[in-house]
Structure formats: C-alpha cells, structure tokens
Design a protein around this ligand. Structure first.
Ligand code: 6AU
Length: 263
C-alpha cells in the first residue's frame, strides 16, 4: 500500500507501526485518535461502533472501566482491529525499566493487546527498553509515545525537560514519537522544531471549543494544532461527550485531514 499524502515521510520511514498509522490515516482521511474515556464495557462498545469509520487510533485508559474483564476486553480490541484501528493504552508508565516491563503484564496484560503506550521519561531511557521487552516476551511488537509536553495547567514538563526527552527519544527505534500540548500552538512549533520529520507528534488538549476544560485541562484548535506540526489530534470529550459522537468524529476527521493537506 502506498501513502501519497505522507509523501517523503512515508517513503523514508522504516518503522512498521508508524507506517501503519500513515496508511490507516490516509485510507480513512482522519488524523483523529479517539480518547475513549468511558467507564463501562457497554459504553466502550457502543462508542466504538459509532465512531470507528472516522478515527484512526483508539486510545484507552483500561483502568477506568468499572466492569472490566479480560474476555470482554479482548473482544473489544479485536473489534477495534477489525475496524482498522491501532489500539493505544495511555498508561503513562514512569517507573524503572524492569518494573515497567512487568507492568506490561499483570492483570491488564497490556502487552497482549496494545500497539502503543504512553510513557514518561522521568526515570531515564531504560523505561523504553523495559516496555519493548514486555511486548517481546509475548512475541508482539509495539511502540512508545513519550510525554514531551502536557496539556494540563501548571504541569512540570518545561521546555528544557521537553528538549531532553526529545534528545533521548528521537533516535530510539522503540519510540514512535512524542505527546505534545495541543492547546499551545507555539509549544507545538517548538516541539516540531526539535523532533523533525522522523518521529511523530500527537497532541491531546484539542477541541473545537477552545479554552479551559475540567480540572486544569486546556484546549486548542484542531486545525491550528495540525498546521503547527501535530500528526494526530487526540480527542476525548469533543467526541464522546457530544450528543452525536459519530457526527462529531466525522467533523474532527474532516478538519484534521483538511489541515493536514493544507500543511
Ligand atoms: O479531550 P479530553 O480532554 O476529554 O481528553 C484528553 C485525553 C485524556 C487524557 O488522559 C489525555 O488525552 N492526555 C494526555 C495523553 C494522551 O497522554 C496527555 C496530556 O498532556 N493531556 C491529556 O489530556 O484521555
């Protein structure tokens, strides 16, 4: 499968998951990752069925689900894969390498179903190797998005730290890219300048209604985020709190793809 829209970035990329994201996003014409922040399995299934055609990635917080069990969860992930979605567990790992490796297992067994996970780099670079060993132990592969910035008010991921995260993550094969702050256009441009073309920037903190969200969350405009350098907008409440999640997802997909083509 070719990938015209991503052009040179696709041609020069040899990371399978990055390529897969580019292919899916081109096919669906959507740079949208849904943050499926629901609390029951029934709500997760219902949301997925409604929005799947308009999104390229499904982001989960597995520990938000009150009635979680492995059988339903594996069915849910299988359905997501059938809808051509990457499954992304936003676990925000932060421990030392060997513990992070083991946390890929445990009750949730993230290594068995997630293609992508988020991680902080606060404990140093071995965390990425630990997470990669987690996938390798079950003969699967996956990739890590490192938190280089955050969208929440008062967070401590300041520019110097952001620069250090990018320096370590830019050349690591186990890293797909970086989480940037979608609410801050200048911040995304700063990050893009550090990251360059080889790794991705995915941005939460994006909503068509810009401004402050709940409990310190902040929102920027989806088109502006993509023009500034975001390769994927992570949308939660903008879709799942909408009265019509399918229509909202379709709208975010269109805005994202138009902005990407403009860029
Ligand atoms: O659109 P929202 O505000 O309803 O949801 C935003 C989603 C949530 C957060 O856990 C996540 O994006 N997030 C992250 C991620 C992706 O790691 C980082 C961050 O800085 N801010 C943020 O909101 O599921």
């Amino acid at each position: 499968m070719g990938c015209e829209a991503w052009g040179q970035r696709y041609a020069s990329c040899n990371d399978p998951l990055t390529r897969k994201y580019m292919e899916i996003s081109e096919k669906k014409q959507s740079l949208v990752c849904l943050a499926a922040d629901k609390t029951t399995m029934a709500e997760m299934f219902s949301l997925l069925e409604k929005v799947a055609p308009f999104i390229s990635v499904l982001k989960t917080h597995v520990d938000l689900i009150d009635d979680w069990n492995m059988d339903d969860w594996m069915r849910f992930c299988k359905l997501a894969n059938e809808h051509d979605l990457l499954v992304f567990e936003d676990r925000k790992f932060a421990d030392i390498g060997k513990i992070s490796q083991r946390q890929m297992g445990g009750v949730y067994n993230i290594r068995k179903w997630a293609d992508l996970v988020t991680s902080h780099l606060i404990s140093g670079p071995d965390i990425v190797d630990g997470l990669q060993k987690g996938w390798a132990s079950v003969n699967r592969s996956g990739s890590v998005l490192l938190l280089a910035q955050m969208s929440s008010r008062g967070n401590l991921l300041l520019p110097e730290y952001c620069g250090d995260v990018v320096k370590l993550g830019r050349t690591h094969n186990g890293v797909l890219g970086f989480i940037g702050n979608g609410s801050d256009v200048e911040g995304i441009k700063f990050l893009k300048n550090l990251v360059g073309e080889n790794k991705m920037i995915w941005t939460p903190g994006v909503n068509i209604s810009v401004g402050d969200g709940e409990l310190g969350q902040r929102y920027g405009d989806p088109r502006e985020a993509i023009l500034a350098g975001s390769d994927c907008i992570i949308i939660g409440s903008g879709i799942h709190q909408s009265a019509d999640p399918a229509a909202a997802a379709e709208e975010y997909a269109k805005v994202s793809w138009d902005a990407f083509c403009e860029r």
